[in-house]
Design a protein around this ligand. Structure first.
Ligand SMILES: NC(=O)c1ccc[n+]([C@@H]2O[C@H](COP(=O)([O-])OP(=O)(O)OC[C@H]3O[C@@H](n4cnc5c(N)ncnc54)[C@H](OP(=O)(O)O)[C@@H]3O)[C@@H](O)[C@H]2O)c1
Length: 217
C-alpha cells in the first residue's frame, strides 16, 4: 500500500520549472494560493534535496488563511545534505528526511535534532520503500512538488496518480534549465506515462491542467 500521489508544478509553456540561472519565480499569486489549498488537503508534501538547496522553501501553508495543520514535510536526500538552517525547520509541524545508506551516520545524527530520518535503499533513495514507510505512518495523500529529477524518479517507478500543472504564458528555453520531468526519460513516446485530462481552467494569466495517470511509465 502507498499514498495517493499528486504531482504539481508551475511551468513555462516550454515545460521549464526554473530558468537556467535557477530562478524559479514562475508562479503567480493566484497559483501560489491554489498550491497552498492543495497543501491544506494532503497529509504530506515532498521535494527533492536540490529544491531545498536552491529555494530553501518553507513547505508550509502560509499563502492562505487556513486553520489546517501543516502537512508532513518530506525531503528526498540520499546523502543527508539538508542544511540544518533550512527555513522549513522554523515552521510548525514535522519534517521527515529520507536518506539512503550513503548518508554519513554523523550527519544523520545531526539531522535527527531537527527531523525524523528514515533510511531507504543503498544508492539513491528507494522511492517505493519510502512510499511504503509513509503509508505506514498514516500518509494517505502526498503532494509531490518537484523538482524535475524527483518527478522523474516517481513517474519512472509508477508512483504518481495525478498530475496538475499551471502553465504560465512565458517561454525561457535553456538546455540546462530544469524541466518539469528530468532524469533519463523514456526511450519512446509510446513508453511514456499516459495521462487523461480531467479538468482545465484559466486562473489569472495561467492555464491550469489536471490529469489522471492512466498508465505508469
Ligand atoms: N516551478 C516549480 O513548480 C518548481 C518546484 C520545485 C522545484 N523547482 C526547481 O527545480 C530545481 C530543482 O530540481 P532538480 O531536478 O535539480 O532536483 P530535485 O528533484 O529537487 O532533487 C533531486 C535530487 O534528489 C535526490 N534523490 C535521492 N533519491 C532520488 C530518487 N530516487 N530519484 C530522484 N532524486 C533522488 C538526488 O540527490 P542526492 O543524490 O544528493 O540524494 C537528486 O539529485 C530548482 O531550480 C527548483 O527551483 C521548481
Amino acid at each position: 500500500m502507498r499514498p495517493h500521489v499528486i504531482m504539481n508544478a508551475g511551468m513555462t509553456l516550454d515545460g521549464k520549472i526554473a530558468a537556467r540561472t535557477g530562478d524559479s519565480a514562475i508562479s503567480s499569486k493566484e497559483d501560489l494560493e491554489r498550491v497552498h489549498r492543495i497543501r491544506e488537503s494532503v497529509d504530506a508534501i515532498m521535494v527533492g534535496i536540490n529544491t531545498v538547496l536552491a529555494d530553501d522553501p518553507r513547505l508550509s501553508i502560509h499563502k492562505i488563511e487556513s486553520d489546517a495543520k501543516n502537512p508532513l514535510r518530506v525531503v528526498v536526500d540520499s546523502h543527508g545534505r539538508t542544511p540544518l538552517t533550512s527555513r522549513m525547520f522554523n515552521e510548525e509541524g514535522e519534517t521527515l528526511i529520507a536518506v539512503s545508506l550513503k548518508a554519513d551516520p554523523e550527519r544523520v545524527e545531526r539531522l535527527k535534532e531537527k527531523a525524523t530520518v528514515v533510511v531507504c535503499g543503498s544508492g539513491p533513495v528507494n522511492l517505493r520503500c519510502l512510499m511504503k514507510k509513509l503509508y505506514k505512518r498514516g500518509v494517505r495523500t502526498l503532494l509531490l512538488e518537484g523538482g524535475g529529477t524527483l518527478n522523474w524518479g516517481m513517474l519512472k517507478e509508477g508512483l504518481v496518480d495525478e498530475v496538475r500543472v499551471a502553465v504560465a504564458p512565458r517561454i525561457v528555453g535553456g538546455r540546462d534549465a530544469v524541466s518539469i520531468v528530468g532524469g533519463e526519460g523514456f526511450p519512446t513516446i509510446a513508453e511514456g506515462v499516459a495521462l487523461r485530462l480531467k479538468k482545465h481552467y484559466l486562473l489569472g494569466r495561467d492555464l491550469i491542467l489536471e490529469y489522471a495517470v492512466e498508465r505508469g511509465g
